[in-house]
Write a protein that binds this ligand. Structure first.
Ligand code: SF4
Length: 379
């Protein structure tokens, strides 16, 4: 059997890194014994079905376990295997993902599912390189799938594991830097116990979630505190070193709701860029020099050829992305619809309130729809 380069590392008794040398055996044994008694019962851990492991790992990117669990349950009820996603309409996939954000993840799952159906009989292949080639799967996720689903000897260091290694080995590189990522990967590879990778990698994740917390780690309950350089030196509060703060810009946008015979005008976002292919209430950016109301009237006139009449505010919603924050002003067109001659098609249409529930919208627009429903329910 061919051995993957990631698996050729020696099995170290002592692990030396970053001028720190600790007993790899002591650390492994402490961690594995702790996991045996404290592991979190998560649905994809019941049978380690590769498909379920894959979906859970993609959902957990940028998302906490408690937040993703209801999404995971809904997803598995609707898409229990790769063929069911491969053949589903994209709108259904995006609607189930709505609220998790980073929609490229859902789109990549569907692309990968199609490959699985076409090339691997609908199953996740038991091969690191093939898994890594699937859309949306990088080094970490491929390692996680291989070790959790197949108990293959591959490292899988997520943010929790990264924080633990930064403290165990007193790694001083800022988190988010290339040097930090490589030091963590190196540690994860050197410490991996052959034949017990599934438990070991998950033990790191659980220890990071339950004990080695980002703020205020509970070192008195830690099974590996004897091996922890940062703990011994009183440096747990400054490890890992924080990455430089990103500048978060604020964008002001406006959107409007037009009703015609109980249906709402919606349009599809472009196929590339931010939140591609999601539906939205037509609108756009508000320039600094004019009010949101003036801006929405200008946008509708220029982009849809519709001159809006009086507007009623539906409120302001906030939504945060990684590097910017959106303030969205929502309006209800209060007057006769001048849009009778509007050209509709696959990217612009009138939808009933019930249909809106089946289509995927950005979270801020979903909140506007909720405000609209409440307004329409008023006497
Ligand atoms: S001793 Fe504290 S800082 Fe070190 S690994 Fe354990 S919980 Fe984390």
């Amino acid at each position: 059997m061919q051995v993957h380069p990631l698996q050729r590392r020696p099995f170290w008794g002592k692990v030396k890194m970053n001028n720190e040398e600790l007993s790899g055996d002591e650390l492994r044994e402490g961690l594995l014994a702790w996991f045996g008694e404290n592991s979190r019962g998560l649905p994809w851990r019941e049978h380690y079905v590769p498909y379920q492991v894959w979906i859970s790992e993609i959902m957990l990117q940028q998302t906490r376990v408690q937040t993703m669990l209801p999404y995971y349950e809904r997803w598995m009820a609707r898409f229990p295997d790769a063929p069911s996603i491969a053949g589903a309409p994209e709108d259904d996939v995006l609607r189930l993902w709505e609220g998790l954000g980073y929609y490229a993840r859902a789109r990549n799952i569907q692309k990968a599912a199609k490959i699985l159906v076409k090339e691997y009989g609908g199953e996740v292949p038991r091969n690191f390189d093939l898994v890594r080639k699937l859309p949306g799967i990088g080094r970490y996720t491929a390692g996680a799938i291989m070790s959790f689903a197949f108990n293959g000897d591959y490292p899988a260091a997520d943010a929790n594991a990264g924080r633990i290694f930064a403290r165990l080995f007193d790694i001083a590189h800022p988190s988010g830097s290339k040097e930090f990522a490589e030091a963590v990967w190196d540690a994860a590879t050197k410490l991996l116990p052959r034949g017990r990778s599934r438990e070991f990698n998950q033990a790191l994740m659980d220890l990071g979630s339950l004990v080695c917390l980002a703020k205020d780690p509970v070192c008195t309950q830690c099974p590996v505190s004897d091996c922890c350089a940062a703990f011994q030196r009183g440096l747990t509060g400054v490890r890992p070193v924080k990455a430089a703060k990103k500048v978060v810009t604020q964008i002001v946008r406006a959107a409007a709701v037009m009703l015609k015979e109980g249906r709402v005008l919606i349009r599809k976002r472009p196929a590339s860029g931010l939140m591609p292919n999601l539906w939205e209430l037509p609108g756009g950016d508000v320039p600094e020099s004019i009010s949101p109301e003036q801006a929405i009237k200008r946008i509708w006139l220029e982009e849809l050829g519709i001159r809006l009449g009086p507007l009623v505010s539906l409120g302001v919603t906030k939504h945060s992305h990684t590097s910017f924050r959106v303030l969205l002003h929502a309006f209800l067109c209060n007057g006769d619809s001048p849009a009778r001659s509007l050209e509709t098609g696959p990217h612009m249409r009138w939808a009933s309130l019930n249909e809106l529930e089946k289509l995927a919208f950005p979270s801020a627009h979903r909140r506007i729809i909720k405000a609209l429903r409440e307004r329409l329910a008023e006497p």
